[in-house]
Design a protein around this ligand. Sequence first.
Ligand SMILES: Cc1cc2nc3c(=O)[nH]c(=O)nc-3n(C[C@H](O)[C@H](O)[C@H](O)COP(=O)(O)O)c2cc1C
Ligand code: SF4
Ligand code: SF4
Length: 258
Amino acid sequence: MRVIYYFSGTGNSLSVAKEIADSLTNTDLVRIDFTKLQKRVSIESYEQIGIVFPVYSYHMPKLVVEFLKTLQFNSNQYVFGIATCGAVAGEALKDLRNLIRGQGGELTAEFKMNLPGNCIIEYTAYPNIIQKRLIQKQEVSVNKIIEAVEHNKKTLKINASLFAKVFSKTAEKRYQSYSETAKHFCITSGCTQCGTCQKVCPANNIMIHNGSPSWGKNCEACMACIQWCPARAIQYGKKTIARTRYHHPKVTLGQMKF
Ligand SMILES: Cc1cc2nc3c(=O)[nH]c(=O)nc-3n(C[C@H](O)[C@H](O)[C@H](O)COP(=O)(O)O)c2cc1C
Ligand code: SF4
Ligand code: SF4
């Protein structure tokens, strides 16, 4: 038996995790979200465990870290990690390696996959032509990963470049500040009170009062709310007004909702 855990704000990691799970037999696909922190699960019966997540500021999303700390791995299990990112995975896979070791296992195989960047509070969506190219390459990369997993292949470590190492701490602080400044999320008069933002939030950080959303202090900075709002009614201060929204083209809103 095999399990693939994934965390995803705009569908890149979900799409990769799902394609792998659909190609392999006996594979459970499990979303990492706030509900998974509420009770401990045993992964003893799994021979292979996959973890797919987006890179945030050269590191791992904090919810993924918290979730993995609830699991007990063993050294006989084949554990593989896939970091999806816009370009630079930084120390994310090293973080994962250390984390798994701390929980009794070994990260046997690690992969980095470049996909369209989704950090709308920093930049607009990648041009369509670049998005298309990255998504075409996804298929080739996914096939290589499937091949590796099927044959229990070990891979080389993916370490940060010198540049990423130097900026690692600064990047980490930046990520922390994103989550603390969820207060910059606001809604415009275009809000239709559909509740989608609350339903896609993996951190349960959005409250609805009289139909309108408000944000708490427990944000993962995953961008799901702002990117998936069907009315484009969520902004991050003034920065995002003119920016194009992004989500993975093969992932539907229905797959993202709780
Ligand atoms: C807060 C934040 C920080 C990010 N930091 C990085 C980064 O350090 N390096 C990078 O290449 N991409 C970065 N990205 C882009 C995402 O890692 C990338 O788009 C990822 O594939 C999104 O996956 P998802 O669609 O499953 O959420 C960042 C995105 C967000 C929202
Ligand atoms: S998803 Fe957008 S339109 Fe729907 S409730 Fe949230 S802000 Fe309003
Ligand atoms: S509030 Fe928005 S950005 Fe923050 S975790 Fe929830 S969906 Fe993601």
